[in-house]
Design a protein around this ligand. Structure first.
Ligand code: PLP
Length: 395
């Protein structure tokens, strides 16, 4: 008999970023000299003092379940982090530790959305936002964050999109895929819009540590009203090179945190206990390694931006955070190279991978056609070689 599978989940699309990295990895495994600009993770090892903390836990053998919302000591350490880095006062009841920031986003959207609610998503968007919104039975409403506006929401665009169905705005600063970082004044304006319209802000701050000018500001820091409406998403994946450890966390009001805890308690229980102890070490230990990474990323960022802007038909804005450059390829679209017609960003990504063995992520993965995203979470030698190959491919 023909059984009907979940229509909602059948409709979820696969991640384009994961697809292209998988294809590039396969080519590499087959012995091809592939240079990948697809990486969404630091090319650094997890610092040894963090790994040692995990080894210590394993040696001790106390590896049982923890509270569903995470170890009390870890939630305390997260509160200290918020106080120190963001001047935000939270107590443990405001914090839920989850299996990566992606899981935190999933929990947050599940906790606040009802069927038909609208959630504002920036365009270009990080690949998972629209799907996570749909999984919560809500509707993603795309608000353009255009290159001419520094890839940021404008007040006008936001106000145009807001109506009585709007439940939340997703804000991501520093941003994936564009590297945009909102200024303090811009954040204050978004906070005001959210408070005036009684809308939640899901503030994805996972790239907080990877910022090249100035200091990260959280939108929740503009007063009690916006703090109560904000769900901060953060974690250790990007800032501490801990993507595989799968630890993310949220800070939110107690009511929302309770819902997320209950949901998580039935879905996944607590996040991995060993990784939770390692995260305490990451947050409380020496932060030097973060500075080493930021310095290396910054050098690569500068090289990449300068080089791209010297290649004819390509251009890019200087990203201020994260480790991505959004390259404008509008002058490439419609052209033909070595007999291959480029009609869209996917054609261009395919062309680069097939002809030059360079992996990039097509803009369509982020909802925009005139771009490709290059990650500089790879060595400077790879960046030099990869950009040279791209330059030659479009001569
Ligand atoms: C903007 C953004 N948010 C969240 C995540 C998820 O992070 P995690 O690996 O901790 O789940 C990513 C990872 O690529 C990201 O780019």
């Amino acid at each position: 008999m023909n059984k009907k599978l979940s229509e909602k989940n059948i409709a979820i699309s696969p991640s384009v970023t994961l697809d292209i990295t998988a294809k590039a990895k396969k080519m590499k495994a087959d012995g091809e000299n592939v240079i990948s600009f697809g990486a969404g993770e630091p090319d650094f090892k997890t610092p040894d003092y963090i790994r040692n903390a995990a080894i210590h836990v394993i040696a001790n053998g106390n590896i049982g379940y923890t509270a569903a919302s995470g170890l009390p000591e870890l939630r305390e350490a997260i509160c200290e982090k918020f106080k120190k880095d963001n001047n935000l006062e939270y107590i443990s009841e405001n914090i839920v530790v989850s299996n990566g920031a992606k899981h935190s986003l999933f929990n947050a959207l599940q906790a606040i959305c009802n069927p038909g609610d609208e959630v504002i998503v920036p365009l270009p968007y990080w690949v998972s936002y629209p799907e996570l919104v749909k999984l919560a039975d809500a509707v993603p409403v795309f608000v353009e964050a255009l290159e001419k506006d520094g890839f940021k929401y404008t007040k006008e665009n936001l106000l145009k999109a807001i109506n009585e169905k709007t439940k939340a705005i997703i804000l991501n600063s520093p941003n994936n895929p564009t590297g945009a970082v909102y200024t303090k004044d811009e954040l204050r304006e978004i906070a005001k819009i959210a408070v005036d319209n009684n809308i939640y802000v899901i503030s994805d701050e996972i790239y907080e540590k990877l910022i090249y000018e100035g200091k990260h500001v959280s939108v929740a820091s503009f007063g009690e009203e916006i703090k109560d409406l904000t769900i901060i998403i953060n974690g250790v994946s990007k800032g501490y090179a801990m993507t595989g450890w799968r630890i993310g966390y949220t800070a939110a009001n107690k009511e929302i945190s309770n819902i997320m805890t209950n949901l998580q308690s039935h879905a996944t229980s607590n996040p991995n206990t060993i990784a939770q102890y390692a995260t305490i070490e990451a947050l409380k230990g020496d932060q030097d390694m973060v500075n080493v990474m930021v310095k290396a990323f910054n050098e690569r960022r500068k090289y990449m931006v300068d080089k791209i802007n010297c290649i004819s038909n390509l251009s890019c804005k200087e990203p201020k955070g994260a480790f991505y450059v959004m390259v404008n390829i509008s002058k490439i679209i419609g052209k033909e190279f070595n007999g291959v017609k480029i009609n869209n960003s996917m054609d261009f990504a395919d062309y680069l991978l097939d002809k030059t063995k360079v992996a990039v992520v097509p803009g369509i993965g982020f909802g925009v056609e005139n771009y490709i995203r290059l990650s500089y979470a790879t060595s400077i030698d790879n960046i030099k070689e990869g950009l040279e190959r791209i330059e030659n491919a479009i001569k």
